[in-house]
Design a protein around this ligand. Structure first.
Ligand code: 0X9
Ligand code: ZN
Length: 305
């Protein structure tokens, strides 16, 4: 198997970031967007394949939830595909000619590290609480979008602990700060999770429809159709609150409310047979499906804006 068909330790991913920037000095830059609770750097790669002025941008983050290993694997896969197939594949070329891409491969490095060393099923970050011996905040409940209402918890011992206040965690604050300062260029926000095969969009923090609901629905419908056609796999799609559950404080809803009107959460393979423990032999298929969805959605965003 190739490098991209395996899961990688955090150290390997940092080395990969280094290599990728060194090997592509004109097109890839590493941006330090912040650091984790345990002081690990949060690097986002900026892919800028074409130096047209005033380009729009998309953001992709992976690894919010530590145990969802297919997610960082997808971010690496996406960067590799973009660099390898620019000028080879028409879809990715069109996208990269018109958009810069920011890729944060591991938003929760402390949690990711912990899943490699101690507890494979860890979800949250690793921050200590003032009021409890329980560790970790669910970073996808820590954003300022109906923060800690129904679907999140104030109890640090739960898997959906929202933290002491919105953006209390350095990881969510770093991403929020970056997007706030780049909101004029970033038109598409993508966050990659697993599992359950879904393409979700706002809102998840409230039951009513987003202002451009029908646009978002159409885009995810087309992406799901393409996945079904090429990979014979079924992806559900729809607004988060109605498709899975109410879950406030998520990064997609927060980005949407900030003004990034195309915001999506992808839940990659599988449907539960392996769950978070998706075997390495399934990485290529899972990533190719998700890549197809990214292409469809990014193309549609380019047409609309
Ligand atoms: O519950 C979540 O955070 C996500 N599912 S997961 O199994 N990967 O934990 C879904 C997130 C959907 N979006 C929001 N809740 N904002
Ligand atoms: Zn997740």
């Amino acid at each position: 198997s190739t490098f991209y068909e395996r899961y990688h330790s955090l150290e390997d991913i940092y080395d990969w970031i280094n290599r990728t920037t060194h090997d592509n000095p004109n097109t890839v830059k590493a941006i330090l967007v912040g650091s984790s609770y345990e002081k690990r750097p949060l690097y986002a790669l900026k892919l800028s394949l074409n130096d047209r002025p005033n380009k729009k941008a998309m953001w992709i983050d992976c690894g919010i939830h530590a145990r969802e290993w297919i997610s960082p694997a997808f971010c690496l896969w996406f960067v590799h595909y973009s660099l390898s197939f620019y000028k080879q594949n028409a879809d990715i070329t069109h996208i990269l000619d018109n958009m810069d891409v920011y890729v944060l491969p591991v938003m929760n490095p402390d949690g990711y590290k912990y899943t490699w060393t101690t507890n494979r099923m860890w979800r949250k970050n690793r921050s200590l609480s003032k009021r409890s011996a329980c560790i970790g905040v669910d970073l996808n409940r820590n954003f300022d979008a109906n923060w800690c209402t129904e679907g999140a918890s104030h109890d640090p011992c739960t898997e959906i602990y929202c933290g002491a206040f919105p953006e209390s965690e350095p990881e969510s604050q770093a991403v929020a700060d970056f997007l706030r300062s780049h909101k004029d260029s970033v038109q598409l926000y993508l966050t990659i999770h697993s599992y359950s095969q879904m393409l979700l969009f706002p809102y998840s923090c409230r039951l009513d429809e987003a202002e451009n609901h029908s646009d978002l629905l159409e885009m995810t419908q087309e992406a799901a159709q393409q996945i079904k056609r090429y990979y014979r796999n079924i992806y559900k799609h729809g607004a988060g609150a109605k498709t899975i559950y109410l879950a406030p404080g998520g990064s997609d809803d927060w980005a949407y409310i900030l003004g990034i009107k195309y915001a999506f959460t992808f839940e990659l393979q599988d449907l539960g047979r392996y769950g978070f423990l998706l075997p390495p032999s399934r990485i290529s298929r899972a990533c190719n499906e998700a890549l197809l969805a990214v292409k469809v959605i990014a193309q549609r965003v380019l047409e609309k804006t």
